[in-house]
Ligand binder design. Structure first.
Ligand SMILES: Cc1ncc(COP(=O)(O)O)c(C=O)c1O
Length: 402
């Protein structure tokens, strides 16, 4: 197992010693059904795929494309895709309706609403998932309770309240412990847990959330195909890995043997995928402690169990990186180099660009660059998963002295 390090970045090559089939729910046909649902949601628009040729040239790769997820549903982040799809599936299940044929309008009609009145949802979030759940609760007309870990900026809690009818509380617990707390609250109050991470016995709802993210994967692949572009490298940031696992499953199914080399990026303080690959026993491992990072959305110490086999068997590398790497990515996006459009990308959104730039420019990572096959022919796809969800921090990093 090869590993390379610089001051701020660790890279590990995934030996891929296990093989599993891509789960059906994360394959291309499943994505089509998810997309059909999202197309019925008010405000849905495919998000833009932006080419950054000057940035690519300056870093020595052929092209960089970024899928800017921030405009989706006006939420500044991609997470509404997962929350809304999962809520739709939960309601269909309660009503005994076939999700393939049920139209959103029907579900919102008086007849059904009466049958499932009074449902309350609960979740834990480090920000964007909770905003998605709050917004989706408003869309479907239900109440939601959202718990956040210690260290959460009040601005993120306020954004969740602003997105929909959720009641929001910041706990004095870590992310992983806040998940347990939300689970307990669901059991005590009869609320429906709508959590984006999975564990034994709680896999159905997280699978639906992961499926929600297939819409962004399908959009990106179609937008590239429309330009006859084949991505050679895909960098995906991971918190619990729901987004990374879903997008990777879709890409692995769609591109088969021509799948882009896939690199999972996490903060060093919460690098559970990196450490799980390193452990080399095929199991997912948690990273404990009290992690603090500006990459709030990636600050999760336990891999989502439903996507772990996908990441284990279909990604090629993991990167763990420190906060300055994410900050560098934010500034590079904001710079809009020589005619490139400027992209507003927040701490978790820009981590992958920061990691890519480090691998391409840091001499101590030259061997990792070669191992990844990154060079002038490479076509790199990144996903900016959020814009300035913490505006003050964004301004300090991008426009301040930091
Ligand atoms: C902006 C942003 N990017 C990426 C992620 C990571 O998603 P996941 O937890 O599914 O790995 C999150 C999670 O909250 C996020 O908010």
């Amino acid at each position: 197992m090869r590993e390379w390090s610089s001051q701020n970045v660790n890279v590990i090559e995934n030996p891929k010693a296990w093989t599993s089939a891509i789960p059906e729910p994360f394959r291309v046909p499943a994505a089509q059904a998810v997309r059909r649902f999202h197309e019925q949601v008010r405000g849905y628009e495919p998000t833009p795929l932006v080419s950054l040729p000057s940035l690519a040239a300056s870093l020595g790769v052929g092209s960089i494309y970024v899928k800017d997820e921030s405009p989706q549903f006006g939420l500044k982040a991609f997470k509404g895709l997962g929350g809304s799809y999962a809520m739709f599936r939960i309601l269909c299940e309660r009503l005994g309706l076939d999700p393939e044929t049920t139209r959103l309008g029907e579900l919102l009609s008086g007849e059904y609403k009466e049958k499932i009145a009074g449902i309350e949802f609960v979740t834990c979030t480090d920000g964007n998932h909770g905003k998605g759940v709050s917004w989706a609760a408003g869309l479907f007309g239900y109440k939601a309770h959202v718990y956040m870990p210690y260290g959460t900026q009040e601005v993120r809690a306020a954004a969740i309240r602003g997105a929909g009818p959720a009641e929001v509380a910041i706990t004095d617990l870590s992310y992983d412990d806040t998940v347990k707390y939300a689970k307990r609250m669901s059991e005590e109050n009869g609320w429906v847990l709508i959590q984006d991470t999975a564990w034994e016995g709680y896999e159905t709802v997280p699978t639906w959330i992961v499926q929600g993210y297939l819409t962004l994967a399908a959009e990106a692949a179609e937008e590239l195909a429309a330009q006859a572009v084949h991505p050679t490298h895909l960098f995906l940031q991971a918190g619990v890995g729901a987004m990374a696992g879903g997008v990777l499953g879709y890409f692995a199914d769609r591109y088969g043997g021509d799948k882009p080399v896939t690199v999972i990026v996490e903060p060093t303080v919460a690098d559970c995928f990196y450490q799980s690959v390193k452990a080399g026993d095929g199991a997912a491992h948690s990273v404990g402690g009290a992690p603090v990072t500006i990459m709030a959305g990636l600050n999760c110490g336990t891999p989502c169990s439903v996507i772990w086999p996908v990441v284990r068997d279909y990604s090629e590398f993991c990167i763990s990186c420190t906060d300055p790497v994410a900050a560098d990515g934010m500034r590079r996006y904001a710079a809009g180099l020589s005619g490139d459009p400027a992209v507003v990308s927040g701490e978790s959104g820009a981590a992958t660009l920061g990691a890519l730039a480090a691998v391409l420019t840091d001499d101590s990572l030259a061997e990792a660059r070669v191992a990844m096959g990154l060079g002038p022919e490479s076509v790199v796809l990144l996903i900016s998963t959020e814009s300035n969800t913490d505006p003050e921090n964004y301004d300090r990093i991008v426009h301040g002295a930091e």
